[in-house]
Design a protein around this ligand. Structure first.
Ligand code: FE
Ligand code: FE
Ligand code: FE
Length: 195
């Protein structure tokens, strides 16, 4: 009788810290402003980290396929920016006390598959290839703009000010890249001046 009582007390003793830990995690999310967005925020961060990593390979391919020097430079510059964006995302994770972990982004996988198809389809038409590459790259940028736009909003709503600044800096880079691609399309790629 006494023995089973002791076992029962020991069980309670060992279970207690675990219970407290679970409650603390829940309370943390509930205590922060708009804590109901926490899981979504983290999930979207993991998705975009995976997407940026997948994109590094894609940008190399786009740069190799590009005919015009300015388009090649634009892809190479964005490659370096993307490396910086990955570092920034790691900072975002650490600013909210989490280790950086990415997951496979299915959308980016599909967008890059389409980019591969485009390169294959227009490889023999250099006067069209650059325009096609810009189209593929802008679809990628728009996906990123949507993702970072939402992340900035979540960070603002949850008052993660450091994360908000970091994500807004990347959002600006993605928008600038998109504008630069439009500029190249208007001045070179769609006018027959390229190559
Ligand atoms: Fe990016
Ligand atoms: Fe995704
Ligand atoms: Fe980008």
């Amino acid at each position: 009788m006494r023995f089973s009582k002791t076992i029962f007390s020991l069980g309670l003793f060992f279970c207690k810290p675990l219970k407290i830990k679970i409650m603390a995690t829940q309370n943390n999310n509930q205590d922060m402003p708009n804590g109901h967005l926490h899981e979504l925020f983290v999930d979207e961060l993991r998705d975009i980290l995976g997407a940026e990593r997948q994109l590094l390979k894609g940008l190399k391919k786009l740069s190799t396929a590009a005919g015009s020097e300015s388009l090649k430079t634009a892809f190479d510059t964005h490659y370096t920016q993307t490396e910086g964006q990955i570092e920034r995302l790691k900072q975002v994770f650490s600013s909210i006390g989490l280790s950086a972990r990415g997951k496979k982004c299915k959308a980016m996988e599909g967008l890059l598959e389409e980019a591969d198809e485009i390169v294959e389809s227009f490889q023999d038409q250099p006067e069209v290839l650059d325009a096609a590459l810009i189209s593929a790259a802008q679809k990628v940028e728009h996906y990123e703009i949507a993702s970072y736009g939402c992340l900035v909003t979540y960070a603002k709503l949850m008052e993660h000010s450091e994360a908000k600044e970091l994500l807004a800096a990347t959002l600006a880079e993605e928008k600038d890249t998109d504008s630069l691609l439009t500029e190249i399309a208007m001045t070179e790629a769609n006018t027959g001046a390229a190559v």
